[in-house]
Design a protein around this ligand. Structure first.
Ligand SMILES: Cc1cc2nc3c(=O)[nH]c(=O)nc-3n(C[C@H](O)[C@H](O)[C@H](O)COP(=O)(O)OP(=O)(O)OC[C@H]3O[C@@H](n4cnc5c(N)ncnc54)[C@H](O)[C@@H]3O)c2cc1C
Length: 257
């Protein structure tokens, strides 16, 4: 099976993020594999181990993303591709990323593409479904179980805490949700092996794209951090008094009543 994983390098939202001049300060930020893409890598490896074939991890980004690609190789992926846009594309959006990925997949024989459900930084959840539409293949989002038998596929999909069961066929794109599996940590031998695994680097002209074909369709006007939360207030005294004070605060201070 030809299995591909779409992997995004994101900053770690659990670390402190600084915004400077309307953009996120790269220096000092921690970068990781988008956590939902770790489920995608794990699932791709498991499916390959069951059915044979090869797992290729693909990123649209810059050279810094090599680290995250090597981590995916150390987990067990076979090959990695970095589509480096650094020199050719100044700004981009979901259209840009999808258009580049579409060009990459145009000549490829694909059985299964796994993406994350959402990227934890910009969180549009668009890239997977958009790509499947452009490639003309079926897609199922937020999957929590995947079983393949020949070209028949049975899936479970998270629908707001409930489960929907879906049957479909390959070729297919899925987006992965928490609960699908438990992503492994790269082992030491895995890390050593990853250094020798192929990591191909492409630029957009290798995909026969010009800069103006991938120009973003949207414009980010402003990026800002949410206002700091004020400390909570603990009411004291008799219960009756507390209730009166609470109602008064909600009416006069919070103005929600
Ligand atoms: C050249 C370029 C320049 C950019 N410049 C800017 C900018 O100036 N300002 C700005 O705010 N944003 C910029 N972006 C980022 C862009 O707006 C989005 O972050 C990106 O297109 C993905 O959208 P998302 O984060 O909402 O991902 P989602 O659609 O939420 O991601 C879902 C899944 O899609 C896949 N995916 C998403 N992105 C990638 C990727 N890059 N490579 C491989 N798989 C991926 C992953 O599997 C991910 O889990 C740029 C992107 C590119 C390619």
């Amino acid at each position: 099976m030809n299995i591909y994983v779409l992997l995004k390098r994101t900053f770690d939202t659990e670390e402190k993020i600084m915004v400077n001049n309307g953009s996120i300060e790269e220096d000092g930020a921690e970068y990781i594999i988008n956590p939902y893409d770790e489920y995608a890598v794990e699932e791709a490896i498991n499916q390959r181990d069951q059915h044979g074939g090869e797992v290729t991890v693909v990123t649209v980004g810059n050279e810094e993303a090599e680290k995250q690609l090597r981590t995916a190789l150390a987990m067990g992926a076979d090959k990695a591709v970095l589509i480096n846009t650094e020199d050719d594309v100044e700004t981009g959006d979901q259209f840009t990323t999808t258009r580049i990925l579409e060009a990459f997949f145009e000549e490829k024989e694909v059985d299964l593409i796994l993406a994350g459900n959402v990227a934890i930084d910009e969180a549009s959840g668009q890239v997977g479904p958009r790509l499947a539409e452009r490639l003309g293949i079926a897609y199922v989002t937020t999957i929590t179980a995947l079983k393949i038998d020949g070209d028949q596929v049975s899936l479970e999909k998270d629908v707001e805490g409930d489960i929907e069961k879906i049957d479909t066929t390959l070729p297919l794109l899925v987006t992965c949700q928490q609960g699908l599996n438990e992503p492994r940590y790269p082992s030491l031998p895995g890390i050593m092996k990853a250094k020798k695994k192929p990591l191909e680097e492409l630029e957009i002209d290798d995909l026969e794209l010009e800069g103006d074909e991938v120009e973003p369709k949207t414009k980010t006007l402003e990026i800002f951090l949410p206002p700091e939360k004020e400390a909570g207030r603990v009411l004291e005294g008799e219960l009756n008094e507390q209730v009166k004070e609470l109602v008064s605060l909600l009416r006069n201070e919070a103005k929600v009543l």
